[in-house]
Design a binder for this molecule. Sequence first.
Ligand SMILES: C[S@@+](CC[C@H](N)C(=O)[O-])C[C@H]1O[C@@H](n2cnc3c(N)ncnc32)[C@H](O)[C@@H]1O
Length: 309
Amino acid sequence: MSELHQPVLLAPVLEALRIREDGIYIDGTFGRGGHSAALLGRLGKGGRLLVFEKDPLAVEFATHHFGEESRLTMHHGSFTDLAGVVSGLGWHAKVDGILFDLGVSSPQLDDARRGFSFQKDGPLDMRMNPDSGTSAAEWLAQAPEQEIANVLWRYGEERFSRRIARAIVRRREQSPLTTTGELAALIRSAMPGRDSHKHPATRSFQAIRIFINRELEDLEAVLPMAVEALAPGGRLAVISFHSLEDRLVKRFIRDQHRGPQLPPDLPIVPKAYAPRLQPVGKPVRATGDETAENPRARSAILRIAERPT
Ligand SMILES: C[S@@+](CC[C@H](N)C(=O)[O-])C[C@H]1O[C@@H](n2cnc3c(N)ncnc32)[C@H](O)[C@@H]1O
């Protein structure tokens, strides 16, 4: 199994987080610790790094490679536990920088046994934490046709969502879908034409993965917790890999900046209505050099915002 995950947009992330040697930082998506290792490299003895990861294999990797690192605290669980963990540590409104590098990691995609890949045959699972929740195979075995079609449309923007959902339901009446190869072949056969640039199952696999792991719901839940955790002047950095995620992050930052709409003639703006986030610079994309070296970086987009002082 590949253990490598090249951190995406590493230099701009480090710049965005303006790391202070004795600061407190959070990496919400540890993965193989690419960003975390670089963060630790810039922290001094007094610095602290709290990381979240829900994949047991990634946590095992962290124990093995970072087990001796006393400045690092690992929370094995979803980043949606952030508010509770931060308040348990007494870090409410004290955190200097928070990073989310969303989605799945290269080791998760590359390991056929995890069931994320339509290019490699494996069990149809797709859970980042295979010890909890419903696998893709279990969901596809019982979900109503309309629900499958909605998921493919909503999270994959798949034009042929209804056709594919119908094909899945017909097929499962004969025998259950249990492998990624079976699902990929079924999707291919249900599609009328060929898109020469993409495997026909790309959108559907993305959609099912996002749904199974509640990726958008979790992102929506954690962003307000991150704002509350930040110290004045603290920075939030979020790397998204598809437009649904990025739209959510962009709107969140915009709304936190605008605050609730007040009558324009109000003489003094009450403190509760002051902007809670200030966007920093423009969204950052990978350079040609980075995408040549790491194709995963092609779709990455980094947004940065600051908690006003
Ligand atoms: C793109 S990878 C991060 C890679 C990491 N930045 C690195 O450089 O190695 C995303 C990681 O976040 C984890 N993850 C995704 N959603 C999560 C959530 N809600 N809570 C905790 N971990 C999550 C995934 O299991 C995956 O390992």
